[in-house]
Design a protein around this ligand. Sequence first.
Ligand SMILES: *[C@@H]1O[C@H](CO)[C@@H](O)[C@H](O)[C@H]1NC(C)=O
Length: 319
Amino acid sequence: MHLLNTVAVALTAASTALGAPLVSKRAATVNELVGYGAGTTGGGSGAGTTVTTCDALAAAVKVGGVIKINGMLDGCDIIKIAKGDISILGVGANSGLKNGGFQIRKVSNVIIRNLKLAVAPKGKDLIDIDASTKIWVDHCDFASVGMTGDKDTYDGMLDAKHGSDFLTFSWNKFHDHWKGSLVGHSDNAASEDTGKLHVTYHHNLFENVNSRLPSVRFGTAHVYSSCYNNGPTSGINSRMGAVVFVEENSFTDTQLAIVTDLDSDLEGFASEKNNLYVNSSKRITQTKSLTVPYKYTIDPAASACAIVRKSAGTGVVTF
Ligand SMILES: *[C@@H]1O[C@H](CO)[C@@H](O)[C@H](O)[C@H]1NC(C)=O
């Protein structure tokens, strides 16, 4: 197979308005699926079913297709998605789950977009992807209670494990929590995870999140044009032979923005290109280059924060 890798670097336009970001012209398309999750079609393009209660949501995910959530549904607990070919979309800027989350298990072809997910049930993830393929999580807002209290009260914001594969996580805001995004849950999962867990993270905001931005064991991750602010412990953590390629990201106040020798029995690999570091550190102990098998458009690190603050999260792509 011939792997194509065409990268268009945006020519940035300087804004002269006082106080405006110096460079913020966006080249990447906001409403487009790019990366390892490409080809995910979810529930297709129909109008679908709109739900306004937890019971209706739980019933709708058993049927599949396009499901629109209208409003913040409180106390749904974990909604189990056990049927593929499904899209779960938020209506407007303020729809999603409060005190709830999703578990996507043993399915393929799932799209989740434009949802606010704030505070998982105790001990649980906001989105947990298990043994599933072709998942696109886009323009969501993941939040919790901040870096306060016991860091294990809640689990991750967007985790993928048990041999999940072909994932794109784009234009999301992850903020105010201990644990960001875990890819590969255990050093002992080599048999199910080796050669799997391909994930693209692009145009995400990680702000006030302690670690796992993301953490990747065994897998392959491409992280580009994202904005990192205040990560006090570790950022992109490559473990157990994982390969991460990190390009055109802006790191501010982020400790170990990229690290390859933390927390696991075996080290990971990293390569990086054109990242911006302000009061941020990194420790790459072994490098390996990654050529991704898709086309993508990067925005330069100097513009990443302005772009992502404006165009990531909910209310940008609406349904
Ligand atoms: C540098 O970043 C750390 C977080 O990693 C933060 O606690 C500290 O206040 C920052 N220092 C400055 C001078 O901004």
